[in-house]
Design a protein. Structure first.
Ligand code: GAP
Length: 458
């Protein structure tokens, strides 16, 4: 895939109501997006399937829905106030702002991970790095920029009344670890899962919804005994790969990337990313980290509330260690759309654009069309729609030529279309069209639901 491949995808996302640029009527608001009607359905299907897979179908996980605003002390304990920083510098000539590691990496091909601010400033001054907006070489010194969004609260006992929008959902889970142990009869190993918004004041966001300032995470904190961490890590990596397979991502586009020691986050002893071949390059899709007992230890220290787990069977007390599989929702959606997108050359010389979504996440499962806007065809079509809508997300469409209606559903990734024509009135069958093969076959109305149910399973 080339970088140009992203353009038609962005265009389809807007044209077909998957994803719109944020605040467009005000000229846009950088790196924010709205999910349109079909994007919302797709996202909901992904989140529901994730919840079903990791929470409902497992006996060792429970789910929570914690707040976005957590006590500010949380972020001091977690290390985010101190360490969740990027080094940035401004171009003095045009005022453009850059992430220093990125601009050096792009222009010099150097990995500067681990260098301090004065070392970075020296490279900006002495080496061949230019502003990529105006071409001048006149940067401010590099300085730290904390990625957490701040907000003001009316509560006055907070330092400067400042609270933070959570930059990861994980901490909301750690704060409830003790409540879950006390109320849910869980035994180690067990996990707590959450799906929710996270916010990061990214300096150089971009690549459509790949890096945005407001996004959703699907995260699990899995609490274990320290000596089992390697085995648990391997198991979770397998479970994450199985998830990628379940939603239909092509395995050829997926890879593993082990973080070298110097690139590990402040809380991690080992991290492996699952990366995906996006049109703009291979990049992190998901992450798996061994967070040790760092977070619970820190919260115990800062809150002075014991986070010890009491193992009554073996008569032991200890602070559990944690394996963290984390999944970004927006990146999942982007990978799914890129993976499913095809401009297919047809035998008649035309090209059709189609999204080959896996059936389990396709926003619409079936579309119902009367061949023409005639009352006798509309009546049967509406009754089929009314029946099928009880089982799946079904769309009724009677506008435009039938070929165009098929093409529209291809672009939405709808696996099946049903057309009701004059023959239907005589033989009580309809045309069932398959998105991928475009094959059409006649199916009796009374068998339609079972036939579709069977195929949606496959
Ligand atoms: N709790 C661990 C954590 O937050 P992370 O690697 O910083 O780890 C987890 O983020 C996942 O969240 C990433 O793998 C990615 O899928 C998603 N993500 C992170 N930053 C993002 C951003 N700015 N925009 C969209 N998704 C993002």
């Amino acid at each position: 895939m080339s970088e140009d491949k992203l353009k038609p995808i962005v265009s389809l996302c807007k044209r077909r109501g998957f994803i719109y640029p944020g605040s467009e009527i005000y000229g846009g608001f950088a790196n924010t997006y709205s999910f349109g009607p079909y994007g919302t359905e797709l996202k909901k299907n992904v989140k529901d399937l994730w919840w079903k897979t990791f929470v409902q179908q497992r006996r060792d996980l429970v789910g929570i829905d914690g707040p976005i605003l957590l006590h500010p002390e949380t972020w001091r304990a977690s290390g985010h106030v101190e360490s969740f920083n990027d080094a940035m510098a401004d171009c003095k000539a045009c005022k453009a702002r850059f992430r220093v590691d990125k601009i050096i990496e792009e222009q010099l091909g150097k990995d500067v991970e681990g260098l301090n601010l004065s070392e970075l400033s020296k490279i900006l001054k002495e080496e061949n790095v230019f502003c990529s907006k105006c071409g001048k070489k006149d940067f401010t010194d590099a300085r730290h920029f904390n990625l957490m969004f701040q907000t003001q609260m009316s509560k006055t006992d907070l330092e400067n009344n400042i609270a933070y929008l959570r930059p990861e959902t994980a901490q909301a889970i750690f704060l409830e670890y003790k409540n879950i142990v006390d109320t849910m009869r869980v035994k180690i190993p067990f996990g707590i899962a959450q799906i929710g918004k996270a916010f990061r004041n990214e300096i150089t966001p971009g690549n459509f919804i790949f890096r945005v300032i407001e996004f959703e995470q699907m995260e699990i904190e899995y609490f274990i005994e320290e000596n089992t961490w390697q085995a648990q890590f391997d198991k979770w990596l397998d479970d994450m790969k199985a998830w990628c397979n379940l939603i239909g991502l092509k395995s050829d586009n997926l890879h593993l990337a082990e973080h070298p020691k110097e690139k590990l986050s402040h809380y991690s002893k080992r991290t492996v990313d699952i990366t995906y071949d996006f049109p703009f390059g291979t990049n992190e899709l998901y992450g798996l980290a061994y967070r040790t007992d760092f977070d619970l230890n820190q919260h115990q220290k800062f809150s002075k509330v014991s986070q010890e787990y009491i193992d009554t069977v073996n008569n032991k007390r200890y602070i559990p260690h944690v394996i963290e599989p984390t999944f970004g929702v927006e990146r999942t959606i982007l990978a799914l759309i890129c993976d499913a997108y095809e401009e297919e050359a047809l035998e008649n010389g035309e090209t059709r654009t189609v999204l080959h979504f896996n059936k389990n996440i396709a926003p619409i499962k079936v579309a119902v069309f009367p061949l023409m806007k005639k009352p006798e065809l509309q009546k049967v079509s509406k009754s089929i729609f009314d029946d099928l809508k009880n089982f799946w997300n079904v769309e009724y469409d009677e506008t435009g030529a039938i070929g165009r209606r098929y093409r529209r559903q291809d672009e939405l990734g709808t696996p099946y279309c049903i057309t009701i024509d004059y023959e239907t009135l005589e033989d009580f069958s309809v045309t069932l069209r398959d998105r991928d093969s475009m094959k059409q076959e006649r199916v009796k109305i009374d068998q339609l639901k079972n036939v579709i149910a069977e195929r949606l399973k496959g």
